[in-house]
Ligand binder design. Structure first.
Ligand code: HEM
Length: 82
């Protein structure tokens, strides 16, 4: 079992890497649910290798904002063809 990419492009579904299955994109609410409850954007349970994180609402909000904003801050590594 390997961990999937957590770039904004991968999380929000704006991607098409070979070998990476289709899944719905994450928004702030489904991403928070994945991190705390291990449920993916489509409602399926993630593998138990993925920890179910417990953190304050404030920390969770900051983490989700960060993960959804990485591409913007990095200056658009993924700004090419997708
Ligand atoms: C704060 C740290 C972490 C965050 C925010 C995070 C977030 C996520 C998210 C959002 C997904 C779903 C991705 C998708 O649906 O494409 C995921 C999946 C996964 N994570 Fe994490 N993760 C973290 C740390 C870890 C750690 C430490 C491990 C392993 C020890 C891990 C193992 C996995 C695995 C194996 C999956 C795939 C599960 C599956 O497809 O059923 N994660 N993670």
């Amino acid at each position: 079992m390997c961990s999937p990419p957590l770039t904004t492009a991968a999380l929000t579904g704006e991607h098409g890497e070979a070998g990476h299955g289709d899944h719905e994109g994450y928004d702030a609410s489904t991403l928070a649910r994945a991190i705390t409850q291990g449920i993916d954007a489509g409602g399926a349970e993630l593998d138990s290798t993925m920890p179910r994180w417990q953190m304050s609402r404030q920390d969770l909000g900051a983490l989700v904002d960060y993960l959804l904003g990485i591409e913007v801050q990095r200056g658009g590594e993924h700004s090419g063809d997708h």
